[in-house]
Design a protein around this ligand. Structure first.
Ligand SMILES: [Zn+2]
Length: 107
């Protein structure tokens, strides 16, 4: 969409811009093994970093984790899996407001 000043957008265009900016981030799976990435670093005004940590649950021991066989901290697999989310996960409150606005428009 071409750049416009906020007051130049139609309601539909503004909803589209807001949705693209604030919808929840879609974090891709690990590029190496296809498992879900986990948050590795968050906050401080910096992008959120995701990565494939290599941890797995320990059978029979809830709340305990161990490295999957062949994995260790900050290994090659981890380095290759790292994903930077500059959108900081979106904003569910803005998405709720958009939903309510659209619901109200349809009445
Ligand atoms: Zn992986």
């Amino acid at each position: 969409m071409e750049y416009k000043e906020a007051h130049e957008y139609s309601d539909a265009e503004l909803i589209q811009v807001l949705t693209e900016r604030y919808r929840p981030s879609e974090i891709p799976p690990c590029r190496v093994c296809g498992k879900s990435l986990t948050i590795q670093a968050i906050g401080g005004g910096k992008p959120t970093w995701w990565g494939c940590s290599g941890f797995e649950d320990v059978p029979g021991k809830p709340n305990e984790l161990r490295y999957t066989k062949g994995r260790h901290g900050a290994d090659e697999h981890y380095s290759q899996s790292r994903y930077e989310d500059r959108r900081a996960g979106g904003d569910s409150r803005v998405m709720e407001l958009i939903k309510r606005f659209l619901d109200a428009c349809e009445v």
